[in-house]
Design a protein around this ligand. Structure first.
Ligand SMILES: *Cc1c(COP(=O)(O)O)cnc(C)c1O
Length: 395
């Protein structure tokens, strides 16, 4: 008589094979079974023709990879456990000792920290270029340049770079090079919805699925998408060697968010533009930064290259307000919570000290607060901002 535990583990029942439902099933595994030793020796996972081990893909992760590749207009996708790990994967896949990576001055801060803290330790140098000046990028490229990061718009200050012009600079520099410079876009803001990164000419598009594709503010994940098989292979092999995996439950959450990503993007875009334009006219506000607002840096490039805008705007307050007054303004908001990240259901805000995170001069004197608009009604958010502004201006 076989022991109960063995009977339960090797149970003969299999459910009927076809089960069709709206959302795909969730598969979890470290071990996956091979039908025989020949299959164990030869099964291929890199082209998704089979399964070999949980880290190398499951039906759940393959499904999300294919959908994210479609969302971004690319061909291949790898998933990483956070947006930041997707970003550092790109650095590690393409850079070696002696190489240099160029970053836009307004890049996502933790990506800068990875260059400063780890790439530097590994003999990989980095420099910052002015993303609003393609000639500055051209001037910074040297024979050591191997990777150029792009971001449109920049984190916090939301300048929308002329991506085709920056890509053109990289292509010119690549003429006759043995190891061409790879261009990589942090596409978290566009999310694959606002514009097609590959049609604008970039080689690699990375995004934090944590933001729009999830939409719930309850999952961390990142993706790296390419159209080029050789770039994808370099990413995939580095990803495998690093042992980067994503959980099936987290993957399910992102798969759950994807059917509504375009609707959420559009709804949050409309609400954000309404509040950003309203903020522009309020006393005590020196400038509102949002690429869809005429006069915001890079507005013309945004209008040419994008069809929508994400849920972020930044407000530069009048220079007469101290940081303590702006902190009190943020503390007095009720609907807006204080916290990082964005594209979830709840509106957020956070003050930033721009001068401390930039190498180039910043034209504004006042304090900056970045707002991320959630899915609440615009009127309720506006009333909250109005009350906080009234208190600020009365102070
Ligand atoms: C949030 C974010 C990331 C990192 O995503 P995590 O999942 O939080 O690691 C990277 N780039 C940009 C522009 C982001 O907004």
């Amino acid at each position: 008589m076989t022991a109960l535990s063995t009977q339960l583990i090797h149970h003969p029942y299999n459910p009927p094979a076809t089960f069709e439902a709206v959302q795909p099933g969730v598969f979890k595994a470290s071990t996956v079974f091979f039908p025989n030793v020949h299959a164990l020796r030869t099964q291929e996972w890199k082209d998704k023709s089979g399964y070999t081990y949980g880290l190398h893909g499951t039906p759940t992760t393959f499904t999300l990879e294919e959908r994210i590749a479609t969302l971004e207009g690319g061909r291949f996708c790898v998933l990483a456990p956070s947006g930041l790990s997707a970003l550092s994967l790109v650095d590690m896949a393409f850079l070696a000792a002696g190489d240099e990576v160029l970053l836009p001055d307004n890049a996502y801060g933790p990506g800068k920290a990875f260059a400063e803290g780890d790439l530097a330790r590994w003999g990989i140098t980095h420099r910052f270029y002015d993303p609003m000046n393609p000639a500055d990028l051209a001037a910074q490229i040297t024979p050591a340049t191997r990777l150029v990061w792009l971001e449109a718009p920049g984190s916090i200050t939301l300048e929308f770079a002329d991506l085709p012009a920056l890509v053109a600079v990289i292509r010119t520099a690549n003429a006759g090079r043995q190891r061409p410079i790879v261009s990589a876009l942090d596409n978290t803001w566009g999310a694959g919805v606002a514009f097609n990164a590959f049609e604008l000419g970039v080689d690699v598009s990375m995004q934090a699925l944590t933001k729009y594709p999830s939409g719930g503010a309850d999952v961390l994940m990142g993706s790296v998408v390419t159209r080029d098989p050789a770039l994808h292979e370099a990413l995939l092999l580095c990803h495998m060697r690093l042992g980067l995996g994503v959980s099936a439950n987290d993957t399910e959450l992102v798969l759950r968010g994807l059917p509504t990503v375009a609707l959420r993007y559009a709804a949050q875009d409309t609400a954000t533009r309404a509040l950003a334009s309203w903020m522009q006219d309020q006393p005590g506000v020196a400038a509102v930064l949002h690429p869809a607002l005429p006069g915001s840096p890079g507005h013309a490039a945004w209008a040419r290259d994008a069809s929508a805008a994400a849920c972020l705007f930044s407000v530069v307050f009048d220079a007469r307000f101290s940081q303590a007054q702006i902190d009190a303004f943020c503390d007095s908001l009720r609907r807006f919570k204080l916290g990082w990240s964005w594209a979830g259901p709840i509106s957020l805000c956070a003050p930033y000290n721009v001068r401390s995170i930039r190498t180039r001069p910043w034209p504004h004197l006042g304090c900056l607060v970045r707002f991320a608009i959630g899915l609440e009604a615009v009127d309720d958010l506006q009333a909250d901002l109005q009350a906080a502004l009234d208190a600020l201006n009365a102070a």
